[in-house]
Design a protein around this ligand. Structure first.
Ligand code: NAD
Length: 288
């Protein structure tokens, strides 16, 4: 069985690494934060930097916030590139720019290492229940090698195409999710002001064409005023930026994406960047 090094133990990474451990993999993590504690309790080894981790592992997985974080962990001092062995496999599961994924792929190829971009959808719930959707860019052979690992973390696992294709797919996913959250938030803000019972509205709409996982889960969060993340609005703002840049690259006008990206920017600037993205509702409630 391959030895897995996992870097980035946040809301998503911690349960994903725990699921690999539960599936019987030998897992190594960085010992820099308290987030490593439950993994060490579950039998994972901890080391102090990414270079050391890469030297000792066959597969290195990253689950970090943004493109510069992945670049820093890979190319920075004591980073993955300094330690990674020829023949190893590098998998980035963070949501980052497709162009950055392609750059990392090339850097890894120069070291004799295969790389996959494998971002996920399904949120904290999906990470905890090992039911994530995983969208993968990279070679067929690397995908086949990684598949058993993906199966320990997810359910709907698709090889999309060449390096970067996983991240482009994820940008599209984030457009759909962001625009849908805004739609649910607007419907809820209007219904509330008009004196309609939100719980009853959600229940009846879940049986019709407006049904979606967003209406179900994020709608429930809005009713319960449960805005603890979940998915931080500042990270979703980052993803809408990736989508807009990709739209520019291919001359596709992404008008609704731009509108929701602006709402997310306003939320972050208003100090709500650490809240769940369902908190887009708060911006609509402010307006008199
Ligand atoms: P998070 O902020 O909870 O976790 C990020 C983790 O990375 C933190 O533990 C942080 O300490 C760690 N980190 C940052 N820089 C580091 C470094 N240099 N070395 C080691 N660790 C470092 O974020 P998250 O919600 O887990 O999201 C991670 C990625 O997954 C993001 O790209 C996000 O867009 C994506 N994502 C999140 C969700 C979600 O619902 N939360 C769903 C799908 C995809």
């Amino acid at each position: 069985m391959e030895k897995i090094g996992f870097i980035g133990l946040g809301i998503m990474g911690k349960p994903m690494a725990l699921n690999l451990r539960k599936a019987g993999y030998d897992v190594m993590v960085l010992s820099q934060s308290k987030a490593a504690d439950p993994l060490v309790e579950a039998g994972a080894q901890a080391v102090s930097n990414s270079k050391e981790l890469a030297q000792q592992c066959d597969v290195i997985i990253t689950m970090l916030p943004d493109s510069p974080d992945v670049e820093q962990v890979v190319t920075g001092p004591d980073g993955v590139l300094e330690g990674i062995k020829s023949g190893a496999l590098f998998i980035d599961m963070s949501t980052i720019a497709p162009a950055t994924a392609r750059t990392i792929y090339k850097l890894m190829q120069e070291k004799g290492v295969e790389a996959l971009d494998a971002p996920v959808s399904g949120g904290q719930v999906g990470a905890e229940s090992a039911s994530l959707s995983i969208m993968v860019g990279g070679s067929e052979a690397a995908f086949a090698r990684a598949l058993p690992l993906f199966q320990a973390m997810g359910k709907n696992i698709i090889h999309i195409g060449e390096p970067g294709a996983g991240q482009t797919t994820k940008a599209c996913n984030q457009m759909i999710v962001g625009i849908t959250i805004q739609a649910v938030a607007e419907a809820f803000a209007l219904a509330e002001k008009a004196g309609v019972n939100l719980e009853k509205m959600r229940e009846v709409l879940l049986g019709g064409f407006a049904q979606s996982r967003i209406l179900d889960l994020h709608g429930k969060r809005m009713i319960d005023r449960n805005f603890a993340p979940g998915f931080k609005i500042k990270l979703h703002k980052k993803d809408m930026g990736i989508a807009l840049k990709t739209g520019d690259e291919f001359s596709v006008p992404l008008q609704a994406t731009a509108l929701v990206a602006n709402q997310m920017k306003a939320a972050v600037e208003g100090g709500n960047g650490e809240l769940d993205h369902s908190s887009l509702l708060l911006l609509l409630e402010k307006k008199e």
